[in-house]
Structures are given as structure tokens and as C-alpha cells.
Ligand binder design. Structure first.
Ligand code: HEC
Ligand code: HEC
Length: 217
């Protein structure tokens, strides 16, 4: 059963010319989440940093509201397995069962992302990087994977980034720029290669643009 799923996911990936997407391989294994149980977990454990509905007030903590359920589950599993390392989140993820993860992911994916303050730092530069990339540096546009509205694509496990705190986006991109990675899968490397090609100044500008992307919803 499992082998068949993997083989099929592989064929589809090949047909579409994609690299291995973690979501397509695990979709069949995913549990159905119970959103109200997920809300209880958020209230009792996660709200301190992420807010009850996943709209964190403190910009060092990512907003989780409105993120794709499969992406949330994938990231929590990654903290659990150590593929993505963070001292706070590995402890949090260790406490959650597969069902808890599915519940939290279902609840959060149904919440509305709070709008981010509009683009303020080097707005023209940030927009240009997001929309066009930088051809001379071999940099693809952010839009080519995350979409013009920043809503990503759950089928390809491309996260929603619209409205995310600029401080968090900067933190993540700067880490990748400096050689960190969320594991060594081809999927994780897609955006790491992008971050390596950006300067810190460009990261600052594009992070500000991402925070101000509120058009999608
Ligand atoms: C003490 C603060 C704290 C608590 C409590 C906490 N988190 Fe986090 N969370 C963080 C930090 C910090 C990060 C960013 C880690 C990094 O930079 O890699 C994060 C990242 C995440 C991410 C990845 C988001 C992304 O955009 O990639 C998810 C999903 C997440 N947390 C879910 C949860 C859930 C579910 C709980 C409750 C069970 C929880 N967190 C509790 C601090 C916290
Ligand atoms: C080739 C496709 C691709 C391009 C181009 C790309 N990304 Fe990504 N991005 C991804 C993937 C895939 C992930 C998830 C990585 C993982 O799961 O380890 C991601 C994750 C992210 C995250 C972390 C989201 C979170 O909270 O977990 C941010 C922030 C981000 N990208 C911003 C950008 C910006 C800004 C650009 C343009 C400068 C960009 N990306 C260009 C594919 C891409």
C-alpha cells in the first residue's frame, strides 16, 4: 500500500517535472484533523508565543493562521524528527502525537491571517525581487513558487508567506543565507539556494514586502 503510494507520487512528480514533494508522498497517510481539539491545544500550550488563533503578536514568532494544513504538519514533524532544529519547537513538537498535529494543523489552516503592516523598507526593491527575481544573480522570483499573492501552493508544499512578520521572514532567510537549512531534502534546499543568492539588504527589503502582502485574504 505504502509502496504503491510512493510509486504513484513519484510518477506524478516526474510527469509534472517536479522535485520530490514531501506532501505528495505523505498525503495518503495523513490523519483527519479535529479543529476544535486543535484549538484546545493552541489555547493550553502554543498561544503564549503564537496566539490562540495563530496570529502571533510578537514578530519573532511566526504567524501560523491560514497556513496550509499539510505544511504545518510537515514542519511540526520536521521539528520532531530533528530535520528542522529549534530548541523551543523541538520540545513542543515532541509532546504532540500524530493526531494532535493533525488537529492543530486543521484548526490553524481555518484561521484568518491578520494583515501585516504595509511594505515600508525599500518598497520598490522588495517588490522587484518578489515579482521579478534578479536575473543577473540567477535568482528566480519569489512569486514563481509562493504566488503573486503569497498564498503558496499546498499541492507542492510551498507555504503561504503573505502577511508573515517581516522580522521572522528576515530571521529565516538570513539563517539560510548563512548556511543553515531545514534538513537536506531537495525540497528544503529549493529556498535555501534562493536565500544564498540574496544580500542581507535585499533580504530586508523582500521581507518587508512579504509582510505587506495582504491582497490574497
Ligand atoms: C515559547 C514559544 C513557543 C511556543 C510555546 C510554541 N512555539 Fe512554535 N515556534 C516558536 C519559534 C521560535 C518558532 C520558529 C522556529 C524557527 O525559527 O525555526 C516556531 C515555529 C513553529 C512552526 C513553524 C512555522 C513556520 O512558518 O515554518 C510551527 C508549525 C509551530 N511553531 C507550531 C507550534 C505549535 C503547534 C505549538 C504548541 C504545541 C507551538 N508552536 C508552541 C516558538 C514557540
Ligand atoms: C523554487 C521555489 C521557491 C522560490 C523561488 C522561493 N521559495 Fe520560499 N520556500 C520554498 C519552499 C519549498 C519552502 C519550504 C521549505 C521547507 O519546507 O523546508 C519555502 C519556505 C519559505 C519561507 C518559510 C516559510 C515558513 O514560515 O515556514 C519563507 C519566509 C520564504 N520561503 C520566502 C521566500 C522569498 C522571500 C522568496 C524570494 C526571494 C522565496 N521564498 C523564493 C520554495 C521557494
Amino acid at each position: 500500500m505504502k509502496t504503491a503510494t510512493f510509486a504513484l507520487a513519484g510518477m506524478l512528480g516526474l510527469a509534472a517535472g517536479l522535485m520530490a514533494t514531501p506532501g505528495s508522498a505523505t498525503a495518503a497517510d495523513q490523519l483527519v484533523g479535529n479543529a476544535s481539539a486543535g484549538q484546545s491545544t493552541m489555547e493550553s500550550v502554543c498561544a503564549l508565543c503564537h496566539g490562540v488563533d495563530g496570529n502571533s503578536m510578537d514578530p519573532q514568532y511566526p504567524k501560523l493562521a491560514g497556513q496550509h494544513a499539510n505544511y504545518l504538519a510537515y514542519q511540526i514533524e520536521s521539528f520532531k524528527s530533528g530535520q528542522r532544529s529549534n530548541s523551543i519547537m523541538s520540545g513542543m513538537a515532541a509532546m504532540l502525537s500524530k493526531q494532535d498535529i493533525a488537529n492543530v494543523a486543521a484548526y490553524l489552516s481555518q484561521q484568518k491571517t491578520s494583515p501585516g503592516p504595509t511594505n515600508s523598507y525599500e518598497p520598490a526593491l522588495g517588490k522587484s525581487i518578489y515579482v521579478n527575481g534578479i536575473a543577473a544573480a540567477g535568482l528566480p522570483s519569489c512569486e514563481s513558487c509562493h504566488g503573486a499573492d503569497g498564498l503558496g501552493d499546498s499541492n507542492k508544499m510551498y507555504p503561504r508567506i503573505a502577511g508573515q512578520h517581516a522580522q521572522y521572514v528576515m530571521q529565516v532567510l538570513t539563517g539560510w543565507h548563512n548556511g543553515e537549512a531545514w534538513g537536506d531534502s531537495p525540497h528544503a534546499k529549493l529556498v535555501v539556494e534562493v536565500a544564498k543568492k540574496l544580500t542581507i539588504e535585499q533580504i530586508h527589503a523582500v521581507s518587508s514586502y512579504v509582510q505587506g502582502l495582504n491582497a490574497g485574504k
